[in-house]
Every structure is written in structure tokens, then in C-alpha cells.
Design a protein around this ligand. Structure first.
Ligand SMILES: NC(=O)c1ccc[n+]([C@@H]2O[C@H](COP(=O)([O-])OP(=O)(O)OC[C@H]3O[C@@H](n4cnc5c(N)ncnc54)[C@H](O)[C@@H]3O)[C@@H](O)[C@H]2O)c1
Ligand SMILES: [Zn+2]
Length: 332
């Protein structure tokens, strides 16, 4: 893949320190040209402009040029931050995503959304910049802690809910094989998720409409992530966001109560939270939902399900509906 991007290109591998220690050596060995390893502290708090600036300093010191290449190695944080640096340094370098979490393999590495967070909310500063390639090697997942693995499953359930009812049933049938990480099942899970995500992005790269559906569960999810100061994993917040969105849809008479229950049971059986572990201010959460990137003219927009596999964007969601839906995840 690197050959396609130019024989003389230098390569910067961007990874958090934890992933770098575990997996960078194997990757660097396979890169047969000048390269550098640039690292940053693990965790969501590294998705910040000043962390991007520190990486620019390192690229400048190593005289990285337009034709050089960035490889992001790691989870969604490395992909979003490294991708943002690739998109903005010298107005854009080619980059390759090498995901090492399930979250990144089935979602974050695909589609070209790059971003850092802002004090006002998550992913508020970013650009669309497609990677030149995504290399998924399931061997990387061997070292991934079970909690992070399970968090990634929330995005898989999300993809099933918005695009493929039979895939939701597959999760129910394969539950224990998914949790015990059977190789055959992981491969099928990754392949099906990549097809769903890439299929949606290919039809609406810049989120003019269809791509918005991928935000299912993320309005409340992102608000929670921010409010809890990244104490929960992204996927865990998405699971809670899905439960809240389904409660909202149900209260409108869209999604049947049996489907709401079915999804909650599935998330729970996959080890994902469906209730908050501590009290949060409903008012604050609501005001964070209003910072969501889907808000238009001050009005909140939610992706909601009519039924499993049939999502729709609701343009007229009222604050009191959201406040009520938040009860489903037991807020005070
Ligand atoms: N751009 C997109 O389209 C998109 C989509 C979904 C999520 N995201 C973003 O992705 C981020 C979440 O991604 P994540 O859950 O992968 O988080 P992450 O990158 O922080 O990884 C989670 C933790 O796992 C560790 N880790 C990574 N790979 C490992 C491995 N193989 N073995 C052991 N430890 C490993 C990391 O060091 C980190 O501590 C969020 O910031 C979210 O906004 C972006
Ligand atoms: Zn997500």
C-alpha cells in the first residue's frame, strides 16, 4: 500500500504510548523506508488541539513534506487525532489507518471523519479527510482489554439497528461467541460492519443526509461522554444513547415497546451499560445535547427508529421529550 503512495515517501506512525509499546515494533519492521514513531498519552483527553500542535512540531522537526505519509496505529483516538494532523499539516498528507481496537476496526477508521474535541463539546473541530487505505489485522485485538472490546460492540449494534435487522438477530444468536472472541465470528462481525459503514459513507461522504443515520445513539452519547469527562468509554456512552433514543422513539409511538426491550436486553447481554452508574444533572445533559452538530436553527434533531433497521431523522424533537427519554437511563 505504501508503494502506491510514492516510493520515496517518509512515514510517520502516530500512536498512543500504550499501543506503541505493544504493537509499533512489528509495524515499523514492515516499513522499508525512513520512518519515525510519534506518540501521545493514551486516552480521549489527547484529542485536543494542543496535542495536534505537538505532533505538528515533530513533523516540522523531521521536515515532513506533502508527499510523505502518516500511518495512524491504534484506536479511534489515534485515528481521529492522527487523521486530523494528516488532514491539516501542509493542507493534507496521505494517511493510512491501522485500527487496533474493535471500535476503530468497525467504525472510526472508515469514512474519513477526523477531529479533536473542544471545551464546548466533542469532535467540534475537524475535517473530512479520507484515508488512502485501512489495514485491519485482527491479531492486534488479542491485547485489547475485554471492556474496550465490549465497548466497540455498541457500534456494531448501532449499525445493525440502522441498516440490517438480520444483523441484529445475528448478534442475538452469536452473543456468547462474540463475547468470547471466536476468530470466525470476529471476522464476520468486522466484515459486515465495514460493509454497512462504507456503504453509507460512499453514498453521502459529507453528511448531507444519509450519513447522519450513523449518529444514531450519539446525541445523548456524546453529551454523556463530555459530561462524565470521558470516564466511560465512547461505546459505553453510545449504548446509553441508544437506550435513550429508543425510549424517545417509543414515547412518540414510533418504535414498539417490545423492540425497545429487545435492544436493551441485547446491549446488556453484550456487557454494555443500559443505565448510568452515577447521577448526572438532566438539565446539563440536555443543554449539551443542544450543542450537537445536527442542531439546525437551534432545533434538536435526533436519529430515531421507526422499527429495527428503519431509522429516520426527527427534526422537531422537543426538550421535554429528551428530558423524559433520559429517565430511561435513570437520571436524577
Ligand atoms: N471518526 C469516526 O468516524 C469515529 C467513529 C467512532 C468513534 N470515533 C472516536 O473514536 C474514539 C474511541 O475509540 P476507541 O474506543 O478505539 O478509543 P482509544 O483509541 O482511546 O482506545 C481505547 C484504549 O485502548 C487502548 N488500546 C488500543 N488498542 C489496543 C490494543 N490492541 N491492545 C491494548 N490496548 C489497546 C488505547 O491505548 C486506549 O487506552 C472516540 O474519540 C470517538 O469519538 C470516531
Ligand atoms: Zn461512535
Amino acid at each position: 500500500m505504501l508503494d502506491r503512495l510514492g516510493r520515496s515517501a517518509k512515514v510517520a506512525v502516530i500512536a498512543d504510548r500504550l499501543v506503541a509499546d505493544l504493537h509499533a515494533a512489528a509495524l515499523l519492521e514492515a516499513i522499508d523506508r525512513p520512518h519515525a514513531l510519534l506518540t501521545f498519552p493514551p486516552g480521549e483527553s489527547s484529542k485536543r488541539l494542543d496535542q495536534a500542535a505537538a505532533l505538528y512540531d515533530e513533523l516540522a522537526a523531521r521536515r515532513f513534506e506533502r508527499t510523505d505519509v502518516i500511518v495512524t496505529l491504534g484506536g479511534g483516538v489515534a485515528g481521529d487525532l492522527g487523521g486530523f494532523v494528516a488532514a491539516t499539516w501542509l493542507r493534507g498528507l496521505n494517511y493510512i489507518q491501522v485500527p487496533t481496537t474493535l471500535e476503530a476496526a468497525i467504525d472510526a477508521s472508515i469514512g474519513g471523519k477526523t477531529a479533536v474535541n473542544h471545551a464546548a463539546g466533542k469532535n467540534l473541530v475537524g475535517v473530512f479527510h479520507q484515508p488512502s487505505g485501512v489495514i485491519i489485522d485482527t491479531d492486534f485485538l488479542a491485547t485489547l482489554p475485554q471492556r474496550d472490546y465490549q465497548a466497540g460492540l455498541a457500534e456494531s449494534v448501532k449499525h445493525a439497528l440502522i441498516a440490517d435487522a438480520s444483523f441484529l438477530a445475528w448478534h442475538e444468536q452469536q452473543g456468547s461467541a462474540i463475547l468470547s472472541r471466536k476468530a470466525r465470528v470476529i471476522e464476520e462481525l468486522i466484515a459486515r460492519n465495514c460493509r454497512i459503514k462504507a456503504g453509507i459513507v460512499a453514498r453521502d461522504e459529507r453528511e448531507a443526509g444519509l450519513r447522519m443515520l450513523l449518529n444514531f445513539g450519539h446525541t445523548v452519547g456524546h453529551a454523556l461522554e463530555h459530561l462524565l469527562e470521558y470516564e466511560l468509554r465512547h461505546g459505553e456512552c453510545v449504548a446509553l444513547g441508544i437506550v435513550a433514543a429508543n425510549a424517545l422513539a417509543c414515547a412518540r409511538g414510533w418504535l414498539a415497546p417490545t423492540s425497545v426491550e429487545r435492544v436493551r436486553n441485547l446491549l446488556e447481554s453484550l456487557g454494555l451499560p443500559v443505565r448510568l452508574h452515577r447521577a448526572v444533572e438532566a438539565e446539563t445533559l440536555l443543554s449539551l445535547c443542544r450543542m450537537d452538530k445536527k442542531v439546525r436553527g437551534g432545533r434538536m434533531r435526533f436519529v430515531l427508529l421507526r422499527e429495527v433497521g428503519r431509522p429516520e431523522v426527527a427534526n422537531d424533537v422537543q426538550p421535554r421529550e429528551v428530558a423524559r427519554a433520559l429517565q430511561a437511563i435513570r437520571l436524577t
